[in-house]
Write a protein that binds this ligand. Structure first.
Ligand code: UD1
Length: 312
């Protein structure tokens, strides 16, 4: 599939990752329809993005079929993305992540939209897995968020089997990059740490800080989405999208300190639902999607630090 002449729906298109997909798709000439309720997305994420883009402020749990007529492809990103929020309010998480994807797939079925790329998560694995983790490891989520993201994958596969919609699930590890904000306690750790470093506030570390994460750059995540969109017959398959290496939160704090100067650290109790070790085995994505991460953690952090400095 060549995206240039296609009509593409991006749910969550005003969000951190979604807005980068909008930019990439519009950049190659696709007509882009955004559906976003602006709960975690921000309209200003679209500033400076040129192209044929229409934005509808709506939740994926509402009647959105009318916005999707004639679409060739859906990137489904709209969701609750906060693990801790799902522990506090599992109904909220399920409403957005389970009802949301079902509603979007139903639209695809009714409107004969042939393809959907679903943003899933490594949170579906939990802690009972071999690390690095490949896609054949057992699914055993530690949080309601991990459960809801996996339910989404099951729906995708079912809609592929029942109706021939070519779905694919991308299991993101920890995504970082421009447009990720550190302004709420649920935000991604990198965005929070950089924001706090610039504000000279202490870094809060949950647990002993020895939990590890595989941080993947948003540019690489976008390319995984595009490759998945253009490759036919993925038939509900799932792919890990990470880098294959990870660092602990303590080491992440060290790197941020090396850029910002000495920072205070406050240790707080571990968050419920937090997984301990997370590293992707990305062999399948490399082989099938030609996925090849290019953003290094250090390079990406330096770029982000400069960007945030310019803004504050
Ligand atoms: C993140 C994503 C989630 C994604 C998942 C995939 C965000 C907000 N969440 O969840 O959507 O599906 O990766 O694995 O991007 N931490 C601190 N101090 C802080 C903030 C966080 O110590 O101020 C710790 C957390 O307890 C956790 C780690 O840093 O152990 C990462 O946290 P976070 O960035 O919130 O991401 P995940 O929970 O891994």
């Amino acid at each position: 599939m060549d995206l240039s002449s296609k009509k593409v729906v991006v749910t969550g298109g005003c969000g951190f990752i979604g807005s980068h997909i909008v930019e990439r798709a519009a950049g190659v000439g696709a007509e882009v329809i955004i559906i976003d309720n602006l709960i975690s997305g921000r309209e200003e994420n679209l500033n400076g993005i040129d192209g044929n883009i229409t934005f509808h402020r709506a939740s994926v749990t509402e009647d959105i079929e009318k916005y999707m007529t004639g679409a060739d492809l859906i990137f489904h990103l709209a969701a609750n993305v906060f693990v801790a929020k799902s522990v506090e309010d599992p109904h909220y998480d399920a409403e957005n992540n389970i009802k949301g994807i079902l509603n979007v797939l139903e639209c695809a079925r009714k409107l004969d939209i042939p393809k959907m790329v679903y943003s899933s998560s490594s949170a579906i694995y939990g802690d009972d897995v071999a690390v690095p983790t490949d896609e054949n490891q057992p699914i055993s989520p530690s949080s309601p968020y991990g459960v809801s993201k996996y339910v989404g994958e099951l729906y995708c596969r079912t809609y592929t089997d029942l109706y021939g919609i070519d779905t694919v699930a991308l299991r993101y590890f920890n995504v970082f990059g421009p447009r990720q904000t550190g302004d709420n306690p649920y935000s991604g750790v990198i965005a929070i740490f950089i924001q706090n470093a610039l504000d000279k506030k202490p870094l809060t570390i949950y647990g002993d800080g020895e939990q590890s994460r595989d941080f993947v750059g948003v540019r690489d995540v976008v390319e995984a989405n595009i490759s998945s969109a253009v490759k036919p017959n993925l038939k509900g398959e799932a792919f890990n999208i990470g880098t294959g290496s990870s660092i602990t939160i303590n080491k992440l704090a060290d790197i941020i300190e090396s850029m910002a100067g000495k920072l205070e650290r406050e240790y707080a109790p571990a968050r419920k639902g937090d997984i301990k070790c997370s590293t992707a085995d990305i062999s399948r994505a490399q082989k099938v999607l030609g996925f090849s991460p290019t953003v290094s953690l250090e390079g990406g952090l330096e770029e982000l630090f400069k960007l945030y400095q310019g803004k504050s």
